[in-house]
Design a protein around this ligand. Structure first.
Ligand code: HEM
Length: 417
């Protein structure tokens, strides 16, 4: 029995140590075996420890009432007056290691120190360009804004415009077919383009095609070429085309100036141009309206495509090639030049898609005129009636260049009548 009582006492003690109201109510175990409980002593609520439950007896381990626990409000460094205006030094005094003011400044385009000379690297101290908002972009750092212009506007809408232009030409071709009558084998005795004009034109056209293809692959290749040829080949190809683009650009610029000077005289506005334009040259009705050496459509391409767009494309391209002397080449300069170049080249491509179409499959005899330099009477009469009249009347010479001397047979640029 005694042994039992000892065991009971030990059990009560461990229960008391484990905490809880039960432990508090077990006060004693009298000798003789019967245990008694006494009601817990009442404790005034104001004497309770914070969070303790009223009514619980004194002593023992008390859990806090979670609903009455209030977070401890400590004064934080961020509640310092002028916290957000602190310099990096001030911030480090109240929050050591916090460099937020410095990085915020960096993101606003703040200039830091760089040992590189300003003349050579004007922006070396600026890690991130200051924020800017271009049309259609958010107010974000300039690099990101440029990226948004490129990826959200130039690539999708520029690409769509090129595809639409090609589709429109394809539809026109399948609906109307090539313009003009079949070219007979008649004598080609009217010189339309001198050898010099043709050389200038083809130099320019070859450079243009190189630039167009390489530009399209650089801008849109990852959508239509990369999935087909894979990353490695696409990487090498684009690298090659990028270098080709950089070299063909200056060649194009020079030949464009020559083209402009060579053809400007016959592209000046003349009688009949407005009528030609208003009726779209009669191309839809099937009866071509009379025009001088170049019709109003060609003149639009000349002034809008060769001069205006050509000048913008070349100027922005030369900026990106860093070939304009005296210009300060900063990131902003490059971004602006890139956006201008992209817009103007897409427009120029659309215009010259039309030119190339008419110059090849779109009009019978046009390509041969530029390849050989000569046309026959029927072609001249059908497509450039005023010019033909001038030739017939002797106001414009039928042969302008000196005939090439051929070793055997007639000269290549003159076809015997
Ligand atoms: C593969 C590309 C090209 C082809 C197949 C092509 C074809 C032709 C043809 C056939 C003509 C003669 C049209 C006529 O007899 O009236 C012509 C004229 C002309 N081409 Fe091209 N061309 C190409 C690219 C270019 C480019 C890139 C430019 C300038 C950026 C250009 C500027 C001119 C000019 C100025 C004329 C004279 C007519 C005018 O003043 O509008 N061509 N082209």
């Amino acid at each position: 029995m005694r042994r039992f009582l000892e065991l009971l006492a030990a059990a009560s003690l461990s229960a008391a140590l484990a905490g809880g109201a039960l432990a508090q109510s077990v006060n004693s175990v009298p000798a003789g075996g019967a245990s008694t409980t006494t009601p817990p002593a009442k404790v005034a609520p104001e004497d309770l420890p914070p969070g303790a439950t009223p009514g619980a007896g004194p002593g023992g381990i008390q859990g806090q009432n979670i609903f009455e626990v209030k977070p401890e409000v400590k004064r934080d460094a961020s509640s310092e007056p002028g916290y957000l205006d602190q310099t990096n030094g001030q911030r480090n005094r109240v929050q050591p290691g916090n460099n937020a003011p410095m990085w915020r400044g960096v993101q606003r385009g703040m200039e830091g120190y760089s040992s590189l000379p300003k003349s050579e690297a004007p922006e070396a101290g600026v890690l991130i360009q200051a924020p800017v908002a271009y049309p259609g972009t958010r107010y974000v750092t300039a690099g990101e804004a440029w990226r948004e212009v490129r990826n959200r506007w130039l690539i999708p809408y520029g690409g769509a415009l090129l595809v639409i232009a090609l589709l429109a030409l394809a539809i026109f071709y399948f609906v109307k077919g090539p313009l003009g009558h079949e070219i007979g084998d008649g004598p080609r005795r009217i010189e339309r383009f001198t050898p010099f004009e043709r050389a200038a034109h083809w130099a320019n056209a070859i450079a243009f095609v190189c630039l167009g293809i390489s530009g399209i692959v650089m801008a849109f290749g990852k959508f239509f070429l990369l999935p087909v040829i894979g990353q490695t080949l696409f990487g090498y190809l684009t690298y090659l085309l990028k270098n080709l683009h950089n070299f063909a650009g200056p060649l194009f610029a020079v030949s464009l100036v020559i083209i402009f000077l060579t053809f400007v005289r016959d592209n000046l506005p003349q009688k009949g141009d407005l009528r030609w334009l208003l009726h779209f040259g009669g191309m839809l009705s099937g009866k071509e309206l009379p025009s001088h050496r170049f019709n109003a459509g060609e003149k639009v391409v000349f002034w809008g495509g060769v001069l205006l767009l050509g000048a913008i494309v070349v100027a922005s391209g030369l900026v990106m090639d860093k070939l304009i002397p005296g210009l300060v080449y900063e990131r902003r300069t490059m971004q602006l030049a890139h956006m201008v170049h992209n817009v103007s080249t897409v427009l120029m491509l659309v215009m010259f898609f039309g030119h190339i179409y008419i110059g090849t499959i779109g009009m019978r005899g046009a390509y041969t005129a530029m390849r050989r330099g000569t046309v026959d009477d029927a072609w001249a009469r059908e497509h450039h009636a005023y010019w033909y009249e001038d030739i017939q009347a002797g106001r414009v010479p039928a042969q302008r260049s000196k005939p090439l001397i051929a070793a055997d047979g007639p000269a290549d640029n003159v076809r015997p009548a």
